[in-house]
Design a protein around this ligand. Structure first.
Ligand code: FES
Ligand code: FES
Length: 139
């Protein structure tokens, strides 16, 4: 693979995993967020060759045994998407956020999800969905 291919282009164009979205292609919108070895990264800013051998999880890989990931279910429950374009990145980012264990309050969720932009303004419902999953997982 040519060294200039980004992880985003590898996923979408070469592996046909089109769940991960290309928004700005400049690291500013978060639409391309995936998990690399469990940590959230902007796939558009990551050269694929630099992550050779890493474990990459995209939105396609979050459901288990036909069961939606709790974040996917919570996004549906809270109506946390409109056009849905930012949603895969929001959900992958939220999964990374929860693994980081830093966000407890609504304000902390907003702050630590600030790299993920939503053009439709679904933020209140996105935060509510993430907060519900955090509360359930720490209950
Ligand atoms: S497409 Fe990567 S941050 Fe916008
Ligand atoms: S739901 Fe449309 S950009 Fe977020």
């Amino acid at each position: 693979m040519p060294p200039w291919v980004t992880l985003l282009d590898l996923l979408r164009d070469r592996l046909a995993l089109t769940g991960t979205k290309k928004g700005c292609d400049h690291g500013q919108c978060g639409a391309c967020t995936v998990l690399v070895d469990g940590r959230r990264v902007n796939a558009c800013l990551t050269l694929a060759v630099t992550r050779d051998g890493a474990s990459v999880t995209t939105i396609e890989g979050l459901a288990r045994d036909g069961e939606l990931h709790p974040l996917q279910a919570a996004f549906i429950e809270h109506d946390a998407f409109q056009c849905g374009y930012c949603t895969p990145g929001q959900i992958c980012s939220a999964a990374g956020l929860i693994a980081e264990g830093k966000a407890k309050t609504e304000d902390e969720i907003r702050e630590l999800m600030s790299g993920n932009l939503c053009r439709c303004g679904a933020y209140p419902n996105i935060v509510a969905a993430i907060q519900q999953v955090i509360e359930k997982s720490s209950a």
